[in-house]
Design a binder for this molecule. Sequence first.
Ligand code: PSV
Ligand code: MN
Length: 438
Amino acid sequence: MQVKGLQTMSKRIDAALIADSNRQRATALQQDYEALGKQLSRSGIDIERITAQAEAFQIAVPSWGTGTGGTRFARFPGIGEPRNIFEKIEDCAVINDLSRCTARVSPHFPWDKVDDFNALKQHAAAFGLSWDAVNSNTFQNQPGQRHSYKYGSLSHTAEAVRQQAIAHNLECIEWGRQLGSRILTVWIGDGANHPGQQHFQRAFERYLESMAAIYAGLPPDWELHIEHKMFEPAFYATVIQDWGSNILAAMQLGERAKSLVDLGHHAPNCNIEMIVSRLIQFEKLGGFHFNDSKYGDDDLDSGSLHPYQQFLIFNELVDAEYRRQPGFAPNYLLDQSHNVTDPIESLINSAIEVQRSYIKALLVDREALAGYQQDNDALMASNTLKAAFHVDVSPILATARLRKGGAVDPIATYRTAGYRAGVAADRPSAGGTGSGII
Ligand code: PSV
Ligand code: MN
């Protein structure tokens, strides 16, 4: 089916359509950019230096985020959803072509398992995409699997179940190696729903033993990222429930084991930016799963609810960059569930919102802040952060996209291209509106 802004062969959004959309917005953007440049120069900030940093910023997209998510109650799929990793890559290409800050995709196995990983790698490369962290899945049973994960995986009481979960993680490393990935992220659903169900210490010991076997299988240039989560599917206790358990495991396993912070995996009101600071200090910050939440692991779009919290996290990250903190190279990935929006639009928006937090954090006057901290001037310290947060950096973000061939207004351009309707004909609904995770 031919739709106006689409190249039929690859389903890619036509570069001419992006250019046309940008032309309509060029004059206004230039005026806004110049005005912002003048405003920033009064504080001694060179807008071109900040724009170059916006151009260099990258955040990966989760393959599993390209389909409509679901809750425990229902899933309401949209039209033209990708049915396999090859189609997910097509959607990821649209996200990157418009945002120009998401050139890497994170696969989840076995959801994204294929027979020929070389063909998959080439398919992604043809769209200008490469591969981010690989994620293992021992929180679900897979068809044909010998042992059930109902009572856990890497920390299960039965040796055979633990071995099966270890073997899966090792095969994920192998598949990731073929794709050119360098990180294995492990999140387990292991835990307890009843007090007394699980011996806390023994479960953690079994987990550490299993993880040591996985760590031993890491290629030398790989990292192992551990993801904690305080609840769900275990609602009383999870084996890796918080950053404490996480960093203990990472320290025990070795230098290349690091902690991953998923923003939705903490108790409400938790001071996540302080956790980030601690992990940075001890060279254990592996990376992030960005999303937003009000109640728990809501998986809402990044920055949609707590943009200031996201900014404060980036304030810590930029501070570490500024101080040239040793061992500091965190990996950024989105991890969201899109229940009521087009996943492509949410992922574009979210990537830009995370980029926005980074750019605002670059505007913080760090010398002044250090002075206020030293003098215990709480009000001015806080105002220094707020001053950066209140700057509307949209012209910087749009200019960075424009210079890299992306869209000044990615959502409007995406809608004009009619991408979703264009792919719908080739991607008939697979049905399946039942509840479930993404
Ligand atoms: C678990 O809630 C999680 O955050 C982990 O990162 C999983 O890999 C992902 O969501 C998908 O279920
Ligand atoms: Mn996550």
